[in-house]
Write a protein that binds this ligand. Sequence first.
Ligand SMILES: C[S@@+](CC[C@H](N)C(=O)[O-])C[C@H]1O[C@@H](n2cnc3c(N)ncnc32)[C@H](O)[C@@H]1O
Length: 349
Amino acid sequence: MIRKKYTAVETWIWDNLQPEESNSAAQTYDAMIWQAEGKLPVINQPLNLRDPAHFADEARIREYLVQIKGAEEVLDIGPGDGWPALRIAPHVRMVTGIDASLRRVEVSRSNAERLKIDNVKFAKMSAVELDFADKSFDAVVAASSIEQTPNPIQALQEAFRVLKPGGGFSVDFESFDVTRQEPLSEAVSLLEHPDGVLGWHYRMKHRDPPWERDYLVKLKPVPETAEAFKKARELIAQAGDNPTTVREIGVEFLEANKTGVQASSYYELEHFTTQTMIESLEDVGFTDVRTVYSAARLARLIFPALSTSQMSDEQLTELAQALAEIAASLPAPLDQGQPVVATKPKLSS
Ligand SMILES: C[S@@+](CC[C@H](N)C(=O)[O-])C[C@H]1O[C@@H](n2cnc3c(N)ncnc32)[C@H](O)[C@@H]1O
């Protein structure tokens, strides 16, 4: 077992504050007003297939629809602001979205109401303890959420339990490419929370083995801390978000604002590589476990070569559909965090 190192910033936090143990839903996702900056196609903005991000999103949604073909009852684990639950709902009988963050559940519900989608329900629930009977769903999807839970293996076991035999599971997860990036990365972000509190967020990611630790230091929203926040934001925009190279946003920032600290917390996440995701799914009992291409990735690759101005919306939609079908059946390399699909065996209990 490799000993987990503490960075200078973490050492300062542990020496000076007593951070409480938390989890990603409470510490990170409850603190965000919107996810994806409120720019999700269809959910937050009208679909514009000439925008490369929208075209990629459309292709990925169509890939989900290929993967869950024939499913009537679908579970979306960790939908955030309703993705992909709200995009899948028009094509199936019912989608249930569960998220451990109450704020995300509320935002998903209000998005559903605004979009007038009524065959979707959202509930606050943790993926590690699903409040559903065995064999409740024809398909389960999870987009960048399993690795955000306190116990990813238990979340996979729960997904398996609530699936009907023969049902499919499609899981996207954050790519931790262990071969390419620096051994350790750090980033500070500054967030004004919905309740007005100023949140200094710190994330440290360890590449191999892949795990991360996240801290939140909450500061009283008084004029002095608001001013310090403004300056630190400007510094991040100019010099970057790494507190080891930009000490004024890291240890020096914390030292200077120590008296304004209201509370602090942390959590740790275990991440997957494609290989460990495949092995974990097989251990849980899934069969036909394989990694496939992401249609979104294929869409981003070919988009620059398209002269979209000369293509009709209909042609772009057909192209997104074709990419979805190719991607869903194309085995992908193991090292790039591509979606993994799996099936619950027909004869399992
Ligand atoms: C990176 S976001 C992904 C959101 C959405 N699926 C998307 O792709 O835009 C991760 C989501 O997982 C949720 N989450 C964290 N812990 C969870 C848990 N224990 N059970 C269910 N969802 C959880 C978070 O609240 C958040 O909404």
